[in-house]
Design a protein around this ligand. Structure first.
Ligand SMILES: NC(=O)c1ccc[n+]([C@@H]2O[C@H](COP(=O)([O-])OP(=O)(O)OC[C@H]3O[C@@H](n4cnc5c(N)ncnc54)[C@H](OP(=O)(O)O)[C@@H]3O)[C@@H](O)[C@H]2O)c1
Length: 439
């Protein structure tokens, strides 16, 4: 059989990894795919030196600085989009589909924003769009959700799906250094980008969570309804206090089906009991916990980023597309696992309606009666206390009080905090971090 021809768009971290791994493992990959997969064209850019690098590394193939030419080339079967972003990448992907090419992409931002449009275009044209690398890098979580767990009613997913944030939180805990200092170190080591906003503000994790929620629950992509809160406001004191209480703080992406009401879709720092496996996922590693009604909790762990780990997922998609290339389109696996006309209209719940437990840190004057005021306000808002910790006075006359709550509705907690912050004995803003037992 003739080899399947791939046009690679972008020769950066992931693009160059795909080239390398495909060359190295060509024999085995062909045996798995049933036919040879070859990269015949690469598009790269002069500005960052990738064009020159591609010309030096990719001998004997066409290397261009014009990606648009590649997506229209009748010779190409699969376009592999590894440029990133939501502008040029969107145009190129839609153009590739319009020209009847299958698409493989690692671009979570593109899918979270434009997935519905892209999948509809692919459906019309009868081509595949594969995106295993878009969520949790090298971990085959899309395949697990879409195929391995398809007998289950998925109840919830909770994942550490941003390596940069996890690296920063792990280092803050290990060294006791503050966020700003650790961020600089992460940038120096290459774990954080020069502009780290998407990573540390929870946006990147929300992109990935949006995709997983769609596949788990059969709902359209709704990134605009995701709640995203990053790690920039976390203090080293909160990390230490949480440890003293037996918890670890992680940036979690959580999506949960709340019967008859809707779907929670939220990214925020979360206290997790230290004894849970996922609490011990450290550094830049990723992990995703999925709870299915039949299988129970399952955990997927591995490298969520990096050149070759991400290439591993991209090439697995190339193999899938190659295997399915000649299959009857009606028997292909739908993009979101559910048939496009069978997506559910169940709503995404606003964060104010979420029900979970909370870690609250209040800085108060060390004087009688303060505690009574606080517990009364919490009780008035139907919030019961699970644990309570009062620290020594370390800020003059002020002390930190930490309250762990039982399950409460977020809007009640916010209303109670507004009243508590208005008390003359309470100083400044209270810290709120959500907690998840995860079983
Ligand atoms: N890095 C990871 O570990 C990882 C993991 C999972 C998913 N992803 C996703 O994979 C994608 C690629 O990420 P990456 O880390 O490989 O990014 P990267 O290192 O910045 O590589 C992207 C490359 O594409 C080039 N490019 C931009 N516009 C182009 C165009 N019109 N034609 C040809 N080349 C163009 C860029 O050049 P300029 O720099 O000059 O713009 C850059 O060399 C993103 O969607 C990312 O979210 C990455």
């Amino acid at each position: 059989m003739k080899p399947l021809k791939v046009g690679l768009l972008g020769f950066g971290t992931v693009g160059s990894g795909v080239w390398k791994v495909l060359q190295r493992n060509q024999g085995e990959i062909s045996r798995r795919a049933g036919r040879e997969i070859i990269i015949t064209h690469v598009a790269a850019r002069a500005a960052d030196g990738s064009l020159e690098r591609a010309r030096a590394e990719c001998r004997g193939i066409t290397v261009l600085d014009d990606a648009a030419k590649i997506v229209r080339d009748p010779e190409i079967d699969i376009v592999c989009e590894l440029i990133g972003g939501t502008t040029i990448a969107r145009t190129l992907v839609l153009d590739a589909i319009a020209h009847g090419k299958h698409v493989v992409t690692a671009n979570k931002a593109l899918l979270a924003h434009y997935g519905t449009e892209i999948f509809a275009a692919a459906h019309d044209k009868g081509v595949m769009v594969a995106f295993e690398a878009a969520v949790a890098g090298g971990i085959p979580i899309i395949k697990a959700l879409r195929e391995g767990l398809s007998a289950n009613r998925i109840e919830w997913i909770a994942g550490i799906i941003n390596g940069t944030s996890n690296f920063i939180l792990s280092t803050m805990r290990e060294t006791g250094a503050p966020f700003a200092e650790v961020l600089k170190e992460a940038q120096r080591l290459g774990y954080a980008e020069a502009d780290p906003t998407f990573d540390v503000e929870g946006v990147d994790a929300a992109h990935k969570l949006t995709i997983m929620a769609s596949i788990a629950f059969g709902i359209p992509m709704q990134f605009d309804k995701a709640y995203a809160e990053g790690i920039t406001k976390l203090t080293r004191e909160d990390i230490r206090y949480a440890e003293e209480l037996g918890y670890r703080i992680k940036l979690l992406g959580i999506t949960r089906r709340v019967e008859e009401q809707g779907i929670e879709l939220r990214v925020h720092p979360t206290l997790i009991p230290v004894k849970r496996l996922i609490a011990n996922v450290e550094g830049a590693m990723n992990a995703v916990l999925v709870k299915g009604d039949a299988v129970g909790p399952t955990l997927y762990y591995g490298a969520g980023a990096g050149s070759e780990p991400t290439a591993s997922a991209v090439i697995a998609d190339l193999v899938d597309v190659t295997r399915m290339h000649t299959a009857d389109p009606e028997h292909r696996v739908p993009h979101l696992a559910f048939q496009p006309d069978r997506l559910s209209t169940i709503p995404i719940l606003p964060i104010s309606e979420v029900c979970t437990s909370y870690y609250l840190r209040l800085r108060v004057l060390d004087q009688p009666g303060v505690l009574a005021d606080i517990t009364r306000i919490l009780a008035d808002h139907a919030i019961s206390i699970e644990a309570f910790l009062q620290k020594e006075a370390t800020h003059g006359e002020e002390v930190d009080i930490i309250v762990l709550t039982h399950h409460a509705i977020e809007k009640n907690v916010r209303a109670a905090l507004a009243k508590i912050e208005a008390l003359p004995s309470v100083k400044g803003e209270c810290a709120l971090i959500r907690m998840e037992g995860l079983y």
